[in-house]
Design a protein around this ligand. Structure first.
Ligand code: ZN
Ligand code: ZN
Length: 174
């Protein structure tokens, strides 16, 4: 167990909890698997299937961050993390096992950090493709509220360019 990594993650997250331990464990497994240093650019990408405490472990240890565009959410309410290495195309998906022992909080954290990886996660093939690198978009000004936003987030309505908050979706299920 890498105590420095755990301490850094706790400092980043603000408290120690089992959820954070899950993310830290996934991050350490990915770090070993790809022999990755902190992701300074977008080399290592994480697609996270939840938006819970563990995400902060990924950010603190791997440097996959929301702001850099190499931490993406694919919300499934599931403790699963998929990692992609852009250069090599290699991937790794870790899913928390369903039979994690039910322990008191402090012991659960210890268990999650120290149990053999096979007891904590199942490794599977990715359930999504590698996300494309972040693109740059032109900025458009919403003709209703006047706020600028990226082109991908604009819609046409009554012949005007409008932002998603000013747009009323017309979705009849097609
Ligand atoms: Zn937490
Ligand atoms: Zn608007």
């Amino acid at each position: 167990m890498d105590t420095n990594a755990w301490n850094a993650a706790v400092a980043f997250h603000g408290h120690a909890c089992p959820g954070l331990a899950i993310g830290v464990r996934a991050a350490l497994a990915a770090r070993d698997h790809f022999a990755a240093a902190r992701a300074e650019d977008e080399q290592l990408v994480c697609v996270c299937e939840n938006d819970a405490c563990g995400v902060d472990g990924i950010q603190a240890i791997l440097g996959c961050t929301a702001g850099k565009g190499n931490l993406l959410f694919r919300l499934r309410g599931r403790q699963a993390f998929t990692f992609f290495e852009r250069k090599s195309g290699r991937s790794l998906r870790l899913v928390l096992r369903a039979d994690i022992p039910d322990l008191p909080r402090a012991e659960k954290i210890e268990w999650l950090l120290n149990a053999p990886e096979e007891a904590v996660f199942r490794r599977t093939a990715p359930r999504c493709g590698m996300p494309e690198p972040a693109r740059l978009f032109r900025t458009c000004v919403c003709e209703v509220c006047g706020e600028p936003a990226a082109e991908y987030a604009m819609r046409l309505q009554d012949g005007r360019t409008v932002c998603l908050d000013c747009f009323s979706p017309y979705d009849r299920g097609w």
